[in-house]
Design a protein around this ligand. Sequence first.
Ligand code: UFG
Length: 342
Amino acid sequence: MKKILVTGGTGYIGSHTVVELQEAGYEPIIIDDLSNSYIEVVDNIQSITGKRPAFEKTDLKDREATMEVFSRHNEIEAIIHFAALKAVGESVEKPIEYYKNNINSLIHLLEAMKLYNIDHFVFSSSCTVYGEPDELPVNEEAPVKKASSPYGNTKQISEEIIQDYIIPNSGKNFISLRYFNPIGAHPSAKIGELPTGIPNNLVPFITQTAIGIRDQLKVFGNDYNTPDGTAIRDYINVVDLARAHVVAIDRLLSGKNRSAFEVFNLGTGSGNSVLEIINTFEKATGKKINYTITGRREGDVEKVYADTSYANEELGWRAEKGLEETLLSAWKWEQKYRSEHT
Ligand code: UFG
C-alpha cells in the first residue's frame, strides 16, 4: 500500500480525506498537533473504514520533530498538506502567528521532500486568492488579487514558495487545490466539522443555532448586489472535496500531471446566497433558524463561485452531492456529536 502523509489529518477536510484515501487503498499517515482537532477523530476514522491510520502528534513548526517523523516512516510517496491556521478574523489579530505557522510548516515539508526523496505534494489552497473576481464563474487563470487578510496571504505566499521551489528541484510535482466553501459531513455522521468556540463559518453557525447552542444567526449584510441582497458562495460537500484529493494523488503518482505545478478549483460551479442556505437547511431538516440581518462583515466578498470545467475535464472529477443532502449531513453530524458529548 502506498503511504501518503496527511498533515492536519484529524482536522475537518483532512479527516474526510484520510477516509477516502483508505477506501481507495492508500495508507495515510496523519501528522497533526491537535491544536484545532481531537485525537478521538482517529477512532472515528477507524470506525468508518475498519482501518486505523498511523498518527503522529507533531507540530510542523518544529523542524527537528517533523524530520524525525519522516525518518521513522520509510517510503512516503506523497504529502497532502492541510495543517494550517484558518480563521480569517483571527489572522488579522495575530498575523505573526499565521505567518509563522502556515509558512514555516510548508517550508519544513519542502525540506523534508528533498531529504527523504518525496516527489509529490498536494497543497490546500483557497478561492480567497481570487479576492472579488472580475468575472464569474472564476477560473484558474483569473489573477490573484491582493489578499484581504494575513490568512489569505499565507495561501498566496505558499503558492509562490512552491513555484519558486520547483525551479531548482526538478522531479518534484505539486497540485494546488483551491477550495471554495467546504460544508457538510461524512454520511456516517462519525466525522464532521468541529469548530472550537464560536463558529466563524456559516453552516456550523446554522447547525449550532438549530440545536440551541447559539441563540441567533447573524446574516452579514443584505445590501449586496445579488438577487436577495446576501452574499453568494460556492458551497461544496466535504466528501466530494476529499475525493478530489485522492484523484490528485492518483494523478501525481501516475505521472499524468501536465506540469510541476498545477492548480485546480474545487467547487460545484454554482453559487448560493446566505438566505438560500438558510432556506434550504430549513427545508431539508424541518428546523427553523432564528436569524437577523446585520451589517456586512469586514473583508467579505460579494460573490464568488467556481468555474470547475478544468477540474472536471483534467481530473475527471466533479462535485456530486446536492445542497440539501449536504446540509442534512451537517445537521446529522451536529445532532450525533451533541448527543454523545453532553
Ligand atoms: N455568514 C453570515 N453569518 C455568519 C457566518 C457567515 O452571514 O455567522 C456569511 C458570510 O458573510 C459569507 C457566507 O456566510 O457571506 C459564508 O461565510 P463563511 O465564513 O462560511 O465562509 P467565507 O466565504 O467567508 O470563508 C471561506 C473560508 C475561508 C476562506 C474564504 C475565501 O472559510 O477560509 O472562504 O473566500 F478564506
